[in-house]
Ligand binder design. Structure first.
Ligand code: ATP
Length: 205
């Protein structure tokens, strides 16, 4: 069996990435989620913790030994050099773990779920196609506010640190419109799933 084709799924905060990723997973598509990997790396006994403590000191480590994510998030927002230092620790480890999981995967294609696919590193050169989950910015804000009660200002601040909607759409190979209701989102996923199976079949020959 040839190695799986590698796709990358992205979208702005609250755009519906997880919802779409779950719809692919329901079709048996393996997902490799960089947020989950980053979470594990910065959790208790995580592979990045020694380097994080050496770089930032004990104040960014919680009582349980995991990174104090809230504190680090605030710090990284206000100190770009700290964000860069954190990324310099995490990105190579995330990349390594993505590679490890991808090597273990047996399927026609797999999907890396990467919120900052276009913003960070060389992701575009590591995938054959990108899938962008897209909805109106106002919808993103409403969904995130409803989900975890962040303020509009907080959400806008996060959105400003991400690539713009237009730029993301320009760089997309495939787009899923998540403004539509869930059954219509599922129909779009099914259509892309068939296309990727077809593409994987062609590439295998
Ligand atoms: P984040 O960037 O914060 O991780 P995300 O891009 O993974 O978010 P989801 O968690 O999938 O987005 O969706 C955000 C919220 O919007 C969730 O509460 C989800 O149930 C809802 N949602 C997603 N897609 C739709 C849709 N098509 N119609 C209605 N609600 C939706």
């Amino acid at each position: 069996m040839p190695p799986p084709l590698r796709l990358g799924l992205t979208g702005g905060i609250g755009s519906g990435k997880t919802t779409v990723a779950n719809l692919f997973a329901q079709r048996g598509v393996p997902l490799i989620d960089t947020d989950l990997i980053a979470h594990a790396l910065t959790g208790v006994d995580g592979g990045a913790m020694a380097a994080i403590q050496a770089q930032f000191g004990i104040h960014f480590i919680g009582p349980d030994g995991a990174m104090d994510r809230k504190k680090m998030r605030e710090h990284a927002f206000t100190h770009p050099e700290a964000r860069q230092a954190l990324e310099a620790i995490l990105h190579p480890l995330i990349r390594q773990e993505c590679e490890r999981q991808a090597q273990e995967t047996k399927a026609a294609y797999l999907i890396f779920v990467v919120p900052l696919l276009f913003e960070s590193g060389d992701w575009e050169s590591r995938i054959v196609r990108s899938i962008v989950v897209d909805c109106k910015e106002q919808t993103q804000i409403q969904r995130v506010m409803a989900r975890n009660g962040l303020s509009q200002a907080d959400i806008e601040r996060i959105m400003q640190a991400q690539i713009s909607r237009v730029e993301r759409l320009k760089r997309a190979n495939d787009i899923i419109n998540s403004e539509l209701d869930l059954s219509q989102v599922a129909a779009q996923v099914e259509q892309l799933h068939q296309k990727y199976l077809y593409l994987a079949g062609l590439c295998a020959n």
